[in-house]
Ligand binder design. Sequence first.
Ligand code: GDP
Length: 424
Amino acid sequence: MSNCAIVGINWGDEGKGRMVDLLTEKYDVVVRFQGGGNAGHTVINERGKFALHLLPSGIFRNGVVNLLGNGVAIDPENLWNEMEEVMSQGVSLTPENLKISDRASLLLPWHRDMDELEEMRLADKKYGSTKQGIAPFYSDKYQKKTVLAGELFYPEELRQHLYDIMEWKNLTLTKVYGAKPYTKEMLEEWLNTYCEKIKPYICDTGAFLKEQQENGKNILFEAQLGSLRDLDYGIYPYTTSSNTTAAYAPIGSGLPSAKINDVVGVVKAYSTCVGEGPFVCEMFGEEAEELRKNGFEYGAKTGRPRRVGPIDIVATKYGVEVQAATAIALTKLDVLSYMDKIPVCTKYLVDGKETDRFPFPVALKNAQPVVEYFDGWKCDITSARKWEDLPKQAQDYVLFVEKQIGCPIKYVSVGPERESIVIR
Ligand code: GDP
């Protein structure tokens, strides 16, 4: 038995979905343990191209059981829409291959409104939320003002619980934001249209995982976003509202006794960041536009252009530490093939001093990138399948990054397809 977590090392969008899709071959169960539908994993395989938001990336493999753990924000509406879309592309989703934790809290209809209303109130001080209701959801979860998925099996108690929360939430909606209140009829519609659809998939996933563990099955924990978006270790307040780190996987999955043997940290060969907040290595102007275009860096959920920059060694080294990564997957190396010289942000300059330590979030605004350049390879590397197939300049780049971040780069991806990978 061997457990593995696949996590993001940077700001998210590193290509975790494609790594889970690739590595699920060796695993029996794939579990999402945090976050919600606010980010997207793009997976391209023999079945087509899929943008997953809430569903685990193991749903394409026959025999793999996919779980949404108790740490996930279950949005019945978004989840059901996503399930319908994936099923319409020929993927079978049944209570046998998809299980939702009865202890996961439900993202309620007003959470998305609250997200939108608060971003509007903040105006130019907004966080850059994806407006999927994730921050209001997690704050309500910790205030104990949401309901557990398993409560759907107790309709009477559920309704009373929901009405009590609605009464409380309507105070904020109407008195603070001047918005319309929710009604029992609206909740009823939500329950019937979406919650009833996902109900057959809800079960005691903790018991299921324990049984899998006892039977020596291999479990893969799939994270959303990356280290720098972790609520406790990231660039607060420009973080997400959950823990994106591997250490949270046992808690958020429903198997607190799980030991994680391998942590595969996913790093992009350059940097991208969606939304607001400090991004020290950011490139601007034409240089940025060219990288964005070559990497097709537009958000999977929102279509927003991503901010781009060279690989950031300072942030990546910090991300590796936070995740306790045991191996790295360096993705999208092929995107850099057009560059004559490859920029690398090797250090930060903070208050006139060079440092390789990732600063405290507030101090990031005073940091400047120190950029060094490496020779480009200027040729198509998308057909490389072995280390020897990569040009020397590409090998040198990978080896330099590996040395700087102090963690072995085991996988190098050179295209979005499942097989476009070099395994060292
Ligand atoms: P995730 O949220 O970490 O799974 O990342 P995203 O799915 O948001 O972003 C990764 C994007 O890069 C997806 O569109 C992938 O299809 C694509 N991708 C992944 N690996 C590679 C690669 O090696 N080369 C190229 N060109 N694209 C890749």
